[in-house]
Write a new protein. Structure first.
Length: 201
C-alpha cells in the first residue's frame, strides 16, 4: 500500500511539473506569435509613410518644374516679336536674379503667382536657407504648399525643402534643377529633377 502511494505521489508531482513547462512553452509561443505580426505592422506603417513622403516630394518637384516651364512660355509669348539684348530669360527679374549668382544660388517659385523668388540663399552658401522650406497654409483651403512667410500666422511647417538652381549651358539653353529634400527617420532624402529650356521658340 505504501509503495502504491509513493508511485501516485511521483506521478502527481511530475504531472504538475509538466503542466508548468507546458504553460511556459505556450506563453513563449504566444509572445512570438504576437510580436512577429506587430513588428511587420510597424514596418509596414513606416514604409507607407516613406512612400507617401516620396510621392509628395515627386509632386512638389514636378510642380516647381512645371511653373518654371510655364514662366518660360509666358516670356516667349511676351517677347516673340521684340528685339532683345540677350535672351528673354534675362528680361524677367526672377530668372535674372537666379542666373546672376554663382552655382550656389538657390531660388524658389511661388505656386500662387508662378513668379520666381531668388530669396532662398543665405550669403551664397551651398545649402538652402529657411525660405526654401515649404509651409502649409491651413486657412486658405487651397491645398497648396506655400513659400515661407514670416508675417503669416496661419502657416504650419512641413518636412519638405524645395530649391531651384539655374545655369546657362549656352546663350540659348538654360539648365534648371529642382531639388526637394526631406527627412525619413533622421535620414536625409533627396529627389532631383533636371530640365533644359530653350530661349527661342
Amino acid at each position: 500500500m505504501l509503495k502504491n502511494s509513493k508511485i501516485k505521489n511521483f506521478y502527481a508531482n511530475h504531472s504538475r511539473g509538466f503542466t508548468l513547462v507546458e504553460a511556459l512553452v505556450a506563453i513563449t509561443i504566444l509572445i512570438i506569435g504576437v510580436i512577429g505580426p506587430l513588428q511587420i505592422a510597424a514596418r509596414g506603417i513606416g514604409d507607407g509613410i516613406f512612400a507617401a513622403n516620396q510621392i509628395a516630394a515627386n509632386y512638389l518637384a514636378q510642380e516647381a518644374m512645371e511653373l518654371v516651364v510655364n514662366k518660360r512660355y509666358e516670356l516667349a509669348r511676351k517677347y516673340q516679336y521684340t528685339e532683345l539684348t540677350g535672351n528673354f530669360f534675362q528680361q524677367d527679374p526672377g530668372f535674372q536674379a537666379c542666373l546672376s549668382g554663382d552655382s550656389g544660388t538657390f531660388c524658389q517659385v511661388n505656386p500662387l503667382t508662378g513668379d520666381i523668388d531668388p530669396n532662398c540663399t543665405t550669403g551664397g552658401q551651398l545649402t538652402p536657407n529657411d525660405s526654401c522650406k515649404l509651409r502649409f497654409n491651413k486657412a486658405n483651403g487651397n491645398g497648396l504648399y506655400e513659400l515661407y512667410d514670416a508675417n503669416s500666422t496661419n502657416q504650419i511647417g512641413t518636412i519638405f525643402t524645395r530649391s531651384i538652381q539655374m545655369s546657362e549651358v549656352s546663350s540659348e539653353i538654360l539648365k534648371v534643377t529642382v531639388t526637394v529634400t526631406w527627412f525619413n527617420k533622421d535620414i536625409a532624402k533627396t529627389l532631383t529633377l533636371v530640365e533644359y529650356l530653350f530661349s527661342k521658340g
